[in-house]
Design a binder for this molecule. Structure first.
Ligand code: S3P
Length: 460
């Protein structure tokens, strides 16, 4: 088990470029793998989660060619030649690692295939509910078999002659919406998903990018079956969920300023900026758009943070940022309330319990509710030993908390950070090493270099 040791922050980098967006990287790999030609993906996130999606598509007939890697991060540019929407049966069970996005979105694709596939994952993924995708996919005609009442992984999907459905999501979940839309590509007619609360729309945007027609009518999203994604190169922006850690570090540091470069600014993901603005942070951003996903530089100036209430329709927009926003709440004046966030209980770990437990270890008073928590702000944070429960966002949120604590904070099980942010520890070091005798932090090249020999060999 790896540990990460964090002390009070000593310096402040002027800028950070975070790695590619996780949600978009998964979708880019899947659509490229189902497309009719070769797609070059630039800015790809080579995290363990996204590599599971790439390897799954590779196992089902897509040809993957690594093109460029970035020092300290990994493979950031690759070409995927699709097998077309009708994939090849994989030789064995597909490993989805820790990734809910891989297993749920892939379930939708597999529902449209003429073979049976088994998917499995790590201990955390094997506890997460897959019933939410099994229910609609069964309605469409696929056979989905899993473990117990929650239909957990290992999950076996047998594709069938699908029929289009109209389905109202029982919970706000972009993964479930996406699984149904992906299955809808294989069902004759119009498949419609109604989402009571808007969730991230990366699947809709990437469908447009790959020439797949879909429509939105109010809170209903529909797709027509029988369409073949057209291979189209794509540039993935930086992940705002990864940028969020540095946003909070800067927002809570009066007199400091940081520029986060090339961050994805899709409005279904920018809730974290709105919450921090409400808390009193000074944030500005420039915006450009390409490949259907807005992106830009975000500048944050630190100040005194004030408590806020986070709830309602805003929750899906900040769902992955709630652990670090809870840390922001602990650093703010007043009591911050997070409500309507029961979905946090079924993430990589129960994030309400994990955040409350670890904040308490650092000396913060927290009242836990079924659907959120109240954080009593303003306490002086104390260094502590943090249990990550193998959850990358818990590990990173508390590494940031450690920057504001007296004494040492030890993040136990920090290897899980690679799930979404390879290179996080290097970026964190930029805050930890001052000029009082510490070794200089190696400057990593920000210019990707070609993968030696342009290996056509499959990823292993
Ligand atoms: C994701 C959707 C969200 C989010 C996850 C990524 C996606 O999950 O928490 O990290 O890429 O669609 P839910 O659909 O379970 O809310």
């Amino acid at each position: 088990m790896a540990t990460l040791k964090v002390r009070k922050l000593k310096s402040f980098p002027a800028e950070i470029s975070v790695p590619g967006d996780k949600s978009i990287s998964h979708r880019a790999a899947m659509f490229a793998g189902m497309a009719d030609g070769t797609t070059v993906i630039e800015g790809f996130l080579p995290s363990e989660d996204c590599l599971c999606s790439v390897k799954a598509m590779q196992a089902m007939g897509a040809i993957v060619e690594p093109l460029e890697e970035l020092e300290g991060v990994g493979l950031v540019k690759l070409a995927i030649t699709g097998h077309g929407p009708k994939l090849k049966a994989p030789a064995g069970p597909v490993d989805c690692g820790n990734s809910g996005t891989t297993i749920r979105l892939l379930s939708g694709i597999l529902a449209g295939q003429d073979f049976t596939t088994e998917m499995f994952g790590d201990a955390s993924l094997s506890k997460r509910p897959m019933k939410r995708v099994a229910d609609p996919l069964r309605l469409m005609g696929a056979k989905v078999e899993g473990q117990g009442e929650k239909i957990c992984a290992p999950l076996k999907v047998t594709g069938g002659n699908l029929q289009a459905i109209n389905y109202t999501l029982p919970m706000a979940s972009a993964q479930v919406k996406s699984a149904i839309l992906l299955a809808g590509l294989f069902a004759p007619g119009k498949t419609t998903v109604i989402e009571p609360v808007a969730t991230r729309n990366h699947t809709e945007r990437i469908m447009s990018h790959f020439g797949v027609k879909w429509l939105r009518d109010g809170n209903a999203v529909s797709v027509y079956g029988g369409q073949v994604p057209r291979a189209t190169d794509i540039i993935v922006p930086g992940d705002i969920s990864s940028a969020a850690f540095w946003m909070v570090a800067a927002a809570a540091s009066p007199g400091q300023q940081i520029t986060l470069k090339n961050v994805g600014l899709n409005p279904t993901r920018t809730g974290v900026i709105n919450v921090l603005l409400r808390m009193g942070a000074h944030i500005t951003h420039s915006e450009s758009s390409s490949d259907g996903e807005p992106r830009g530089n975000v500048v944050i100036k630190g100040g005194e943070l004030n408590a806020t209430v986070i709830g309602g329709a805003e929750i899906p927009n900040v769902i992955d940022e709630l652990p670090i926003l809870a840390v922001a709440g602990a650093l703010a004046r007043g009591n911050t309330l997070i409500k309507d966030a029961q979905e946090l209980r079924v993430k990589e770990t129960d994030r309400i319990a994990a955040v409350a437990e670890n904040l308490r270890r650092m000396g913060v008073e927290v009242i836990e509710y079924d659907d959120g928590m109240e954080i009593i702000g303003g306490a002086k944070l104390q260094g502590a030993t943090i249990s990550t429960y193998h959850d990358h966002r818990i590990a990173m949120a508390f590494a940031i908390a450690g920057l504001f604590a007296e004494g040492e904070t030890i993040i136990e099980g920090s290897e899980c950070i690679n799930t979404s942010y390879p290179g996080f520890e290097h970026d964190l070091d930029l805050f930890l090493k001052g000029d009082n005798g510490a070794a200089p932090i190696p400057v990593l090249s920000r210019v990707p270099r070609p993968v030696a020999g342009r290996l056509r060999a499959p990823l292993d």
